[in-house]
Design a protein around this ligand. Structure first.
Ligand SMILES: [Zn+2]
Length: 219
């Protein structure tokens, strides 16, 4: 009874505090599923089928800063004219999860060290993407997503000509619409000027609260 009344007493404060914490950053993040041409999603970090072997996100979703959305829409439009589309593996990644990945890999070619730059995905300005055809089938690439090997490099000369062509097409289209390539991972792109955006503090489980009811029900 006592606990009950205490929690009733503190609940409004808690809600107000979480509102303040979320309030400033929440409106900055947008679910890519709310795009006019949403990319296909394969959020492996919401499953155990990723390099950590653990489920890192409580549900599958990819959020990015709102500034990226018009660029991603343009990319989708251009790809659609070629019978292709984006598939997204990851967008915003909270800092504690970045830290966990770093602790496992500790190789700055493949995971950014939170102690150095507090990550790239943590700013909501990075996407991990590949190409799919009209039916959603992934086109061949020189390596799998999150394959930490020389095959993941943007300038890898091995693999088949078709794989290299697909990788180079993805690079060209992303770069021509405001993204920067990342030399060690063909799937990773940073929004131009990403360093100017600070890392965010929104927890993954709070992301769905970041958008109004319309967007939530549209998922
Ligand atoms: Zn990435």
């Amino acid at each position: 009874m006592r606990l009950f009344s205490l929690s009733r007493l503190f609940l409004p404060f808690y809600l107000a505090l979480s509102g303040i914490l979320l309030g400033s950053e929440c409106p900055e993040l947008v679910d890519v599923a709310s795009m006019r041409r949403p990319p296909l999603e394969e959020i492996r970090y919401a499953t155990r089928a990723n390099f950590t072997g653990e489920q890192l996100y409580p549900f599958p979703a990819a959020y990015v800063r709102k500034q990226l959305i018009p660029h991603l829409e343009q990319i989708q439009r251009e790809l659609a004219s070629k019978g292709l589309a984006l598939k997204i593996y990851d967008g915003y990644r909270p800092l504690p999860i970045q830290q966990k990945m770093w602790d496992l890999i500790r190789d700055e070619r493949f995971v950014s060290n939170p102690a150095v730059n507090r990550g790239r995905h943590t700013r909501g300005t990075a996407v991990d993407v590949t190409l799919v055809d009209r039916r959603g089938k992934p086109v061949p690439m020189p390596s799998d997503f999150d394959e930490f090997s020389p095959r993941a490099a943007v300038n890898y000369r091995g693999g088949t000509p078709e794989e290299r062509r697909n990788r180079d097409l993805l690079q060209r289209v992303m770069i021509s619409h405001g993204f920067l390539s990342y030399p060690d991972e063909w799937w990773h792109f940073d929004f131009k000027g990403w360093e100017k955006f600070p890392p965010m503090r929104v927890r993954f489980q709070d992301l769905k609260r970041c958008q109004g009811p319309r967007e939530i029900t549209a998922r």
